[in-house]
Design a protein around this ligand. Structure first.
Ligand code: CTP
Length: 401
C-alpha cells in the first residue's frame, strides 16, 4: 500500500519515542522506505542503531555530519519525502515549526519540505493544554499540517489526561489516508458492521465473543479513504471511529438487525464483518440472577441471521460476508456464500497463525458463489481491507452498480 513511498520519520525526545520503532516497522511492512531523523534528545531514549536496524537506512542525527547525497542532506531528504511524519512531536518541535525556527536537522528538513507533514504530539497534559502550545498547534493546522490527536490515559509522568502518543495504528492510518489517492468509491455508500454483539442475561451479565472489531474498522477506514460515505454499525469495541466514518453503536444482534435494515435502502455496498451472536438468552432477568446451590441452565433462543435476511433484500447491491471457521474452511464458507446470497465471503481460519481475533493481521480466502477462491497470505488488516474493496470496485465496474 505504501510501495516505494519515501517517508521521513522525525523522532523527538520523549518516552513515546519507542513507539516510533513500531511505526517504522509497520511502515516498512507496507512497502515504504523509511528515513529516520532523530533529535539529539530522542537519542537519549532510543538508540539510532535501533531505527537503523528497523528502517534499513542510515539514521540522521547530526546536522553537521558529512552529507550522504551530493545535495545538502536536509534538502535532499526534504525533496525525497512523499510525506513527513513527526512522532512523537514535542512541544518544543511544534513551537519551532510554528515559529520558523530551524536549528536542528529535523526542523530544517521539515521547513524545506513541500510534501504533507503529519504531526503526532506526545507530552504532559498541562503542557498540551498550555495556551502557547495550543496556539502553535492551531497555527500549524491553519497552514495545512496534519495532526494525529494524542490520546488520554496514564502518562509517563504519572499524570492522567490527554497527551499520550496516538496508537501507531492510528498514525499509520493517517499516513495511508494522506498518501492513498484512490477515490474509486466516491458517490457510494458503504455499510459496514463490526465487532461483537452482547446478549444480555441480566443487568450485569451477557453472552458475547472475542471479536475486537479491528477487521471491520479497517474496512470502514479504507472505504472512507477511497471516497465512500461510510456508515459503521458497531457492536461494543474499544476502537476509535476512523476518520470520516459515521458510527452507530448497537449492543445486541436484534439492535444490529434493526439498524442495518433501516440503513439498507441508502447503501450500495454492505460488508458484514461483525461477529453476531447466533443465540441470545430466551429470557432476560430484570434483576441480577442470584446464585444457588443448584446447577443453572440457560435457555437460548435464535437470533435473526442478519446477513441471510440482507441476502433476500439485496437487489443489485453488493453484499459481502465474513466467515470464521475452525475446520473445513472452504466447504463451510461456500455453504454460507450460497445460502446467504453473497457476492463473496471473506473466510479465515482461527487456527492459522496471524489470523483471528484481536490481531493486526489476517490470513483470508475470498470465496465466491461459483467456488472461485483467492487466497491472501498474511497481511495487515488494513491491507486486507484494501484488497476486499479492490474486488468490490472491480465487480462494480463490471456490473455498473
Ligand atoms: N451473521 C449475521 N447474523 C448472524 C450470524 C452471522 O449477520 N446471526 C453474519 C456475520 O456477520 C458474517 C456471516 O454471517 O458475515 C457468517 O458468520 P459466521 O458466524 O461465520 O457464520 P454463521 O452463519 O453464524 O454460522 P456458524 O456460526 O454455524 O458457523
Amino acid at each position: 500500500m505504501l510501495q516505494d513511498k519515501n517517508i521521513v520519520l522525525g523522532v523527538c525526545g520523549g518516552i513515546a519515542a519507542y513507539k516510533a520503532c513500531e511505526l517504522t516497522s509497520r511502515l516498512r511492512k507496507l512497502g515504504a522506505r523509511v528515513h529516520v531523523i532523530m533529535t539529539k534528545s530522542a537519542t537519549e531514549f532510543v538508540t539510532p542503531l535501533t531505527f537503523q536496524s528497523l528502517s534499513l537506512n542510515q539514521v540522521v542525527t547530526d546536522q553537521f555530519s558529512a552529507p550522504r547525497y551530493w545535495e545538502i542532506e536536509h534538502i535532499s531528504l526534504a525533496k525525497l519525502a512523499d510525506a513527513f511524519v513527526i512522532a512523537p512531536a514535542t512541544a518544543n518541535m511544534i513551537g519551532k515549526l510554528a515559529n520558523g525556527i530551524a536549528d536542528d536537522m529535523l526542523s530544517t528538513t521539515v521547513m524545506a519540505a513541500k510534501t504533507p507533514v503529519i504531526i503526532a504530539p506526545a507530552m504532559n497534559t498541562n503542557m498540551l493544554d498550555n495556551p502557547v502550545v495550543q496556539r502553535n498547534i492551531d497555527a500549524l493546522k491553519a497552514l495545512g499540517y496534519i495532526f494525529v490527536e494524542p490520546e488520554e490515559g496514564l502518562l509517563a509522568c504519572g499524570d492522567v489526561g490527554k497527551g499520550k502518543l496516538a496508537d501507531p495504528a492510528a498514525i499509520l492510518e493517517r499516513i495511508l489516508h494522506v498518501l492513498n489517492p484512490k477515490k474509486d468509491l466516491a458517490g457510494k455508500t458503504v455499510l459496514v458492521t463490526a465487532g461483537p454483539t452482547q446478549e444480555a442475561l441480566d443487568p450485569v451479565r451477557f453472552i458475547t465473543n472475542h471479536s475486537t472489531g479491528k477487521m471491520g474498522y479497517a474496512v470502514a477506514a479504507i472505504a472512507a479513504r477511497r471516497g465512500a460515505r461510510v456508515v459503521l454499525v458497531s457492536g461494543p469495541t474499544c476502537l476509535k471511529t476512523p476518520e470520516g466514518v459515521e458510527r452507530h453503536n448497537v449492543r445486541s444482534a436484534l439492535e444490529m438487525f434493526e439498524k442495518v435494515t433501516a440503513l439498507l435502502p441508502e447503501s450500495d455496498i454492505i460488508i458484514k464483518s461483525a461477529a453476531v451472536a447466533d443465540y441470545a438468552p430466551a429470557e432476560v432477568s430484570g434483576q441480577k440472577i442470584k446464585k444457588s446451590d443448584d446447577e443453572l441452565n440457560i435457555a437460548l433462543k435464535r437470533n435473526p441471521d442478519i446477513l441471510y435476511e440482507l441476502g433476500k433484500m439485496k437487489g443489485s447491491r453488493i453484499l459481502v460476508g465474513f466467515a470464521m471457521e475452525t475446520e473445513n474452511l472452504v466447504e463451510n464458507a461456500l455453504v454460507k456464500v450460497k445460502k446467504k446470497n453473497l457476492d463473496f465471503i471473506v473466510a479465515n481460519d482461527l487456527n492459522v497463525e496471524g489470523a483471528g481475533f484481536g490481531t493486526d493481521t489476517n490470513v483470508v480466502k475470498l470465496i465466491d458463489g461459483d467456488g472461485g477462491i483467492e487466497s491472501i497470505s498474511i497481511k495487515s488488516k488494513l491491507e486486507i481491507a484494501d484488497i476486499i474493496l479492490d474486488r468490490i470496485a472491480d465487480k462494480m465496474k463490471r456490473t455498473c452498480v
